[in-house]
Design a protein around this ligand. Structure first.
Ligand code: AMP
Ligand code: GLY
Length: 423
């Protein structure tokens, strides 16, 4: 079949790497892609948010199947439009994508259907939000309702900090319309994990567990990023926790979305806090995690494309996924300054030598090729991913590849996987 992947980050490189290897895939395009994706797919210069351009391309090229990587086009209704034209696509409808597109919607759904999540209030008025903070006290968490590229969440240690966050979001409109509303919620303590399931509206198959590292600095310090590294499996998600997540969060959400008239198809990504009371839902994403997708696809034995098509066709009941037993770990290399301002167009050398190491795959997140050179053109630039018999070996393999890469203007955290190693 002829497949189009939408997006151009590390997640989409990992998706193209897995989809391109499928016996079902005859032709693979990626829009817009990047310099690494160009090794797996034909990149076409159409932005992931250019809906008209993507649809025109899919029609003109008789694309059989579209896989949408990022959340923005899903929330904007790309899959609905493709569906209406009879073009098969993987990802939720706009109505179902509200699970990520509106934190208030997600919280209300959890409240209505008894899905475990932090206690919260939902506000369109800054004064009311501040009064709620005054009543509840700190620490407390303030979230912009809409999409804010992972930056719309503020963990306030004090009441004045929480007030300032509300002011920034609602008064100064730091995240634009995403801040028309805020969710203020209880602070949860515990260890975080990601649990992803591929869903067909009715049934689902679980992916292996994973853990992200959101903070920019070692020891999980400093500002939050899109994710500085990830590994799979995450030992905090024991068999018992996994069963609880499925029984208390994934299944009830699937049933709830069906009852609400918006059955969920696509990747349901539950961001979890494993607390003393058990797993609590922090957020839903409606797509693969980035960088969680990179280690997940490296551990996947089964054919990813068949599973994605199975989800779109509603036949997941008959499917299962097989995994390699080893651990995979992805170290993100980012441009100096990220998640703040950073330089673009710096040259990265020695990628081929680093990628040639055994059990290593380098996924590109923000690169362009220019006259045979690879240049960084984003904040998160590479996802150096390695497999190993256990977390320590995977870590050694990944950093061995990182150390071969010659990119003076880049940096990475040196402690990806530390929680699993500490266990
Ligand atoms: P979110 O985008 O909602 O996952 O939030 C981003 C990050 O903020 C999460 O990965 C957590 O580290 C943190 N966070 C979000 N909500 C809470 C909460 N209720 N309690 C503690 N930490 C939270
Ligand atoms: N790695 C976190 C996310 O994809 O949202």
């Amino acid at each position: 079949m002829k497949v189009l992947v939408v997006g151009g980050g590390g997640r989409e490189h990992a998706l193209c790497w897995a989809i391109g290897a499928s016996p079902l895939c005859d032709k693979l395009w990626c829009a817009p892609g990047n310099a690494g994706i160009a090794q797996e797919a034909e990149c076409v210069p159409i932005g992931a948010e250019d809906m008209d351009g993507l649809i025109r391309f899919a029609q003109e090229n008789q694309v059989d199947f579209v896989v949408v990587g990022p959340e923005a086009p899903l929330v904007a209704g790309l899959v609905d439009r493709l569906d209406a034209l009879g073009i098969k696509a993987f990802g939720p409808s706009a109505a179902a994508a509200r699970l990520e597109g509106s934190k208030g919607y997600m919280k209300d759904l959890c409240a209505k259907y008894g899905i475990p999540t932090a206690a919260y209030g939902r506000f369109q008025d800054a004064a009311a939000a501040k009064a709620f903070v005054d009543r509840e006290g700190a620490p407390i968490v303030v979230k912009a309702d809409g999409l804010a590229a992972g930056k719309g969440v503020i963990i306030a240690q004090t009441v004045p900090e929480a007030h300032a966050a509300i002011e920034n979001i609602m008064g100064d409109r730091q995240f634009g319309d995403a801040g028309n509303e805020v969710v203020v919620e209880e602070f949860l303590a515990g260890e975080e994990a990601s649990f992803l399931a591929i869903c067909d509206g009715e049934d689902f198959v679980s992916l292996a567990s994973a853990q992200d590292h959101k903070a920019v600095g070692e020891g999980d310090t400093g500002p939050n990023t899109g994710g500085m590294g990830a590994y799979s499996p995450a030992p905090v998600v024991t068999k018992a926790i996994e069963a609880q997540v499925i029984a208390e969060i994934i299944r009830p959400t699937m049933a709830a979305m069906k009852a609400e008239g918006a059955p969920f198809k696509g990747v349901l990504y539950a961001g979890l806090m494993i607390t003393e009371k058990g797993p609590q839902l922090l957020e839903f994403n409606v797509r693969f995690g980035d960088p969680e997708c990179q280690p997940l696809v490296m551990r996947l034995k089964s054919d990813l494309l068949s599973c994605l098509v199975g989800a779109a066709d509603g036949v997941l009941r008959t499917m299962d996924l097989l995994w390699h037993d080893d651990v995979a770990l992805c170290v993100v290399m980012a441009a100096d300054g990220y998640p703040g301002a950073y330089e673009k167009n710096t040259e990265i050398k020695n990628l081929a030598a680093a990628g040639a190491l055994e059990n290593v795959t380098i996924f590109h997140a923000g690169t362009v090729a220019e006259n045979g050179r690879i240049l960084a053109n984003g904040g998160r630039v590479l996802g150096v991913t390695a497999r190993g018999a256990d977390i320590a070996v995977a870590q050694i393999n990944a950093y061995a590849a990182v150390d071969r890469i010659d990119w003076p203007q880049g940096f990475c955290r040196r402690d990806i996987g530390w929680r699993a190693v500490a266990r």
